[in-house]
Write a protein that binds this ligand. Structure first.
Ligand code: PMP
Length: 367
């Protein structure tokens, strides 16, 4: 068996110890004589798995007691609808910081459902190479909340600060954050947010699961016409088991949380590793005229590193030879082309070393 280095943007690499443990427990979970996949979500065994996962996530992110953690489905994309449904029940509009493709999709969904979705700030003018600064963020008088994307997975653009969401009259409104591609990459002050959501398939676990972290006082702001299963309050009160949850993805997420806590040593340790990985790759890109990344230094994503070759006629050869060298999924998103190396938590530093070596070698031969 050979496991290659996987730089996929999502579904992404999983920690090998997690996969090994899942394999070991696959047929017979801890002597119970059945697989986790075959358990009732209401069984004592499964409820214990689910609760442990939540406890570990709470520990990792130091989630305050007045926040609920929801394990739901539909991907981050369904949260583009769930957030406005849950937060616009008292009127007002959803305001958006637009920094790339995912933020734009979130905005488009709010607009599709409820009409107005004002842009409080945008990095469109600089080609999404630098995020708007706090002073550039202007909420509308009727803003019910402010939504932003902490890390734009396709553009490789990451916020280097947590925005404040304040209306012109000085009223603070909830901050809603799509953290799909950066959650768990380092410590986080959850108390700054009203809602955090993330699709699982990058830093949390396999696809099929969406994690939502929501402050208690926001559970009573939903629109009456909201589909039941989108409701944060409904999910919170039902322990995320209003209907059948994504049981196996939830279990695997729990194994990832356990790995982060016990093998890595928590999110500060994880952040240090992630910083080293990203620095190595950006340094290699910057040291060469053959590779380039356009993002402002302060906003370069630690998780997703897009780069282009000076001569895009070499793209095909680069990808083919990388794959031969055991470096998988380096093709940029279909909407932008070029290359992208995703360096999520489960991508080891050795993978980045191998990629940097390969890039140097490719440049020598083809540059
Ligand atoms: N937001 C961001 C930042 C993403 O990276 C993605 C997926 N790549 C999504 C939303 C959409 O996630 P999903 O496919 O889980 O709906």
């Amino acid at each position: 068996m050979t496991r290659h280095y996987n730089f996929c943007a999502g579904p992404a690499a999983l920690p090998e110890p997690v996969l090994v443990r899942a394999r070991d427990e696959l047929l017979d979970y801890q002597g119970r004589g059945l697989s986790v996949m075959e358990m009732s979500h209401r069984s004592a065994e499964y409820v214990a798995i689910a609760e442990q996962a939540e406890r570990d996530l709470r520990d990792l992110l130091a989630i305050p007691d007045d926040y609920r953690v929801l394990f739901t489905q539909g991907g981050a994309s369904l949260q583009f609808a769930a957030a406005p449904y849950n937060l616009l029940g008292r009127g007002g509009s959803a305001n958006f910081v637009h920094t790339g493709i995912w933020g734009k999709k979130a905005m488009a969904e709010a607009r599709h459902l409820f009409g107005a979705a004002p842009v409080a700030a945008s990095s469109e003018a600089n080609g999404h190479t630098a995020v708007p600064r706090q002073a550039d963020i202007a909420l509308t008088d009727d803003a019910a909340y402010l939504h932003y994307t902490a890390n734009e997975t396709i553009g490789g653009l990451e916020f280097d600060y947590t925005p404040e969401a304040v209306r012109p009259d000085g009223t603070r409104v909830p901050l809603v954050c799509d953290m799909s591609s950066s959650i768990l990459s380092g410590p986080l002050d959850v108390s700054r947010f009203g809602v955090i959501y993330a699709g699982a398939q990058k830093n949390i676990g396999p696809a099929g699961l969406t994690v939502v972290i929501v402050r208690d006082d926001l559970l009573d702001r939903a629109r009456a016409d909201m589909p039941t299963l989108l409701g944060y309050k409904t999910l919170a009160e039902g322990g995320s088991m209003v209907n059948t949850p994504a049981t196996y993805s939830w279990y695997l997420a729990g194994l990832v949380f356990h790995w982060l806590k016990h093998d890595i040593g928590g999110l500060a340790a994880m952040e240090a590793i992630n910083r080293r990985k990203a620095e190595k790759l950006y340094a290699a890109i910057d040291a060469s005229d053959f590779y380039a990344n356009p993002i402002a230094m302060a906003n370069r994503s630690r998780m997703n590193v897009p780069f282009v070759l000076a001569d895009d006629r070499l793209d095909k050869a680069f990808l083919a030879e990388a794959e031969e060298a055991g470096l998988l999924n380096l093709k940029g998103h279909r909407s932008v082309g070029g290359m992208r190396a995703s360096l999520y938590n489960a991508v080891p530093e050795a993978a980045v070393d191998a990629l940097v070596d390969f890039m140097g070698d490719f440049e020598k031969r083809r540059g």
